[in-house]
Design a protein around this ligand. Structure first.
Ligand SMILES: C[S@@+](CC[C@H](N)C(=O)[O-])C[C@H]1O[C@@H](n2cnc3c(N)ncnc32)[C@H](O)[C@@H]1O
Length: 237
């Protein structure tokens, strides 16, 4: 059985230090989100991505198989008076959402934990609208002092192959975080020209030099200010 992130470590998911290497805003910037969209965050955990995403889209379904994670998220939603996130208890191999109801299916650091990826991708195809996008952010397959053990990780090529065999075509590949990759897929539309990946998978990106923010407090402050601005814009729309 695939190892699941333990809810007892939920604090790690919300650690301010996490913004330094996996900034949710930078990752969400990679996806073309708009105020009309419905996003499903599968394996949402405590809402590290679901909350900032809720400032950019119409509605977020936040799904997880661990009720305790959803309880933490519910407390945050209540405290911050967020009205467009709906937490839902999900199932290991199925997604309790209606057919053709979702614009974006988002999974961050979840894909490597899923037992039956083919079933989840089949479900993804069912719930996504025809233009829908599948976003997979996951750990690079490299030895690190943190994160899941290397043998449980999948590299970009493996994920692309699994998705391809389930009729998802790679649309974009990028590296907005130091230790993670971000892949965007679209449902394969038979007969239509397939879009090419923007970048070719390569381990060299792992060694790419990245501009690092040295002062984490400034970074956290800026991220929260940006988020506040987005919420304001959303309310004014
Ligand atoms: C490492 S946490 C990541 C949480 C969140 N996406 C984040 O980046 O902060 C992985 C989460 O995926 C959930 N999960 C694992 N397998 C799942 C599945 N088949 N369906 C839904 N959620 C799943 C786990 O319960 C856990 O909360």
């Amino acid at each position: 059985m695939a190892h699941k992130f333990n809810v007892r470590n939920a604090g790690i998911l919300d650690s301010p230090d996490r913004i330094r290497f996996l900034n949710p805003e930078n990752n969400l910037d990679e996806i073309e989100l708009s105020g009309e969209m419905v996003l499903a965050d599968l394996g949402c955990g405590t809402g590290y991505f679901a909350i900032p995403a809720s400032f950019r889209v119409k509605k977020v379904f936040a799904l997880d198989i661990q009720q305790e994670m959803l309880e933490i998220l519910r407390d945050k939603i209540k405290k911050d008076k967020i009205s467009n996130i709906e937490p839902i208890l999900s199932n290991e191999s199925s997604i309790p959402l209606s057919d053709n109801s979702i614009d974006v299916l988002f999974m961050a650091n979840v894909f490597h934990e899923i037992e039956d990826r083919d079933s989840i991708l089949k479900e993804g195809k069912r719930i996504l609208k025809s233009h829908g996008k599948l976003i997979i952010i996951d750990w690079k397959k490299a030895e690190m002092d943190f994160g899941p053990p290397v043998e449980e990780r999948l590299n970009e090529r493996e994920v692309i192959l699994i998705c391809k065999s389930n009729d998802f075509e790679l649309y974009k590949q990028s590296y907005p975080g130091l230790y993670n990759y971000l892949l965007i897929f679209q449902k394969t539309v038979p007969g239509k020209e397939k879009k090419l990946a923007e970048k070719i998978s390569s381990d060299k990106y792992f060694h790419e030099e990245r501009k690092q923010h040295s002062d984490i407090d400034d970074l956290v402050k800026k991220t929260l200010e940006d988020r506040k601005k987005r919420r304001q814009q959303q309310l004014e729309r």
